[in-house]
Design a protein around this ligand. Structure first.
Ligand code: NAD
Ligand code: TYD
Length: 358
């Protein structure tokens, strides 16, 4: 049975990935989820799997070398899927240190622990061991309206402390591939949306605020463009790259779905109106009058857009979920998981670990 070490599995994409993997492989794989449970880590995301025999949660910081080495010493790890990171650009502008700590130094700890566990005496690696580093398209910088797309060959040109820290971690992974022939891949993905996303990011923040009749903050002119990808499609891509990609390669993962922020907000408001049942009090609260233009983000990247050509040609992956369907699935999930949203916004979700594990 193949054993996965997933870092950051209690976060948004990590928890969706764990659900995806158990749906796909069920009891054929074992997953060890290592997460420090920062403000972004929420074990409620994994309630459905927490009692599975082939799932283990370990509360540890990826910067804690001893804790990470212990996991490798006690388990024969076959796959590492490395999600753990500080992930919010606005937070990185206010407090960059923790981004360097976790995203750069934490990645180095993960690389070293895997290298030491997997390397044989002659410098080659044990058979069928693979490390996948989950990164972002933000490492490529920003495009203008009339530019083309980000390709794997686009020069790295990060602007925010977040993207600079992710670019640094990508470079460390690349250095391990180049120096030791370390068996790894890097994936650079566009903006994800879907269930379990912390409501500090655009889409869940707009859904949550609109349902409560709170202002919808639009940075700058609202014309910045992001390329939105449904999180389940991302989970599938990660698995396909790890199993079928060429080792040592970087793959871009994108949604073929570029939209201005203001367009996204209008779609969410229209979809909420469409989906809320007649007579629901919230119908009166959801309104375009809530849209509020606020001061722009410092150094706000204009446009991100990925051409996922390489992953399609080499591996056969493409984004399957159309935005009009993905946004409905997402809103439906938030409707059905009001308690999750309440717990997250009140901070109560942080008690879950205490109650569940101690
Ligand atoms: P998230 O913020 O929702 O989750 C991050 C998880 O990592 C949390 O569970 C948190 O507790 C954990 N974590 C943070 N610091 C840790 C540490 N020091 N040790 C152990 N665990 C720690 O992030 P996400 O949106 O799920 O993103 C996951 C990965 O995907 C990140 O590497 C991010 O850079 C990348 N990514 C995200 C997006 C996106 O749209 N969200 C797009 C492209 C790439
Ligand atoms: P975000 O979800 O933070 O992702 P990222 O910055 O990594 O792309 O933001 C997506 C876009 O939405 C980005 O252009 C900033 C903008 N934005 C707002 O206009 N208002 C908000 O309240 C937030 C959180 C983001």
């Amino acid at each position: 049975m193949r054993t996965y070490l997933v870092t950051g599995g209690a976060g948004f994409i990590g928890s969706n990935y764990i659900h995806y993997m158990f749906k796909k492989y069920n009891n054929e794989i074992r997953i060890i989820n290592v997460d420090a449970l920062t403000y972004a880590g929420n074990l409620e995301n994994l309630k459905e799997v927490e009692n599975k025999e082939n799932y283990t949660f370990v509360k540890a910081d990826i910067c804690d070398k001893e804790a990470i080495e212990k996991i490798f010493a006690e388990n024969e790890i076959d796959r590492v899927v490395h999600f753990a990171a500080e992930s919010h650009v606005d937070r990185s502008i206010k407090n960059p240190e923790v981004f360097v700590q976790t995203n750069v130094l934490g990645t180095l700890v993960m690389l070293n622990a895997a290298k030491n566990a997997w390397m044989l005496e002659d410098g080659s690696f044990k058979e069928d061991k693979k490390f996948l580093h989950v990164s972002t398209d933000e490492v490529y910088g920003s495009l203008e309206e009339d530019d083309t797309f980000f390709y794997e060959t686009t020069p790295i040109d990060p602007h925010s402390p977040y993207s600079a820290s992710k670019a640094s971690s990508d470079m460390l992974v690349k250095s391990y591939i180049d120096t030791y022939k370390f068996p790894a891949n890097i994936t650079n993905c566009s903006n994800n949306y879907g269930p379990y996303q912390f409501p500090e990011k655009l889409i869940p923040l707009i859904i949550n605020n609109a349902l409560q009749g709170k202002k919808l903050p639009v940075y700058g002119t609202g014309t910045n463009v992001r390329d939105w990808l449904y999180v389940d499609d991302h989970a599938k891509a990660i698995d396909m790259v790890q199993e079928n990609g060429r080792l040592g390669e970087r793959y871009n993962i994108g949604g073929h779905n570029e939209k201005q922020n203001i367009e996204i907000i209008h779609i969410i408001l229209d979809t909420l109106q469409e989906m809320l049942p007649e007579g629901d009090e919230r119908k009166k609260l959801v309104s375009k009058d809530l849209i509020t233009y606020v001061e722009d983000r410092k150094g706000h990247d204009k446009r991100y857009a990925i051409a996922p050509d390489k992953i399609k040609e080499e591996i056969g992956w493409y984004p399957e979920t159309m935005f009009k369907d993905g946004i409905k699935l997402t809103i439906k999930w938030y409707f059905e998981n009001e308690d999750w949203l309440k717990n997250v916004t009140s901070g109560d979700y942080q008690k879950y670990y205490q109650d569940m594990y101690q």
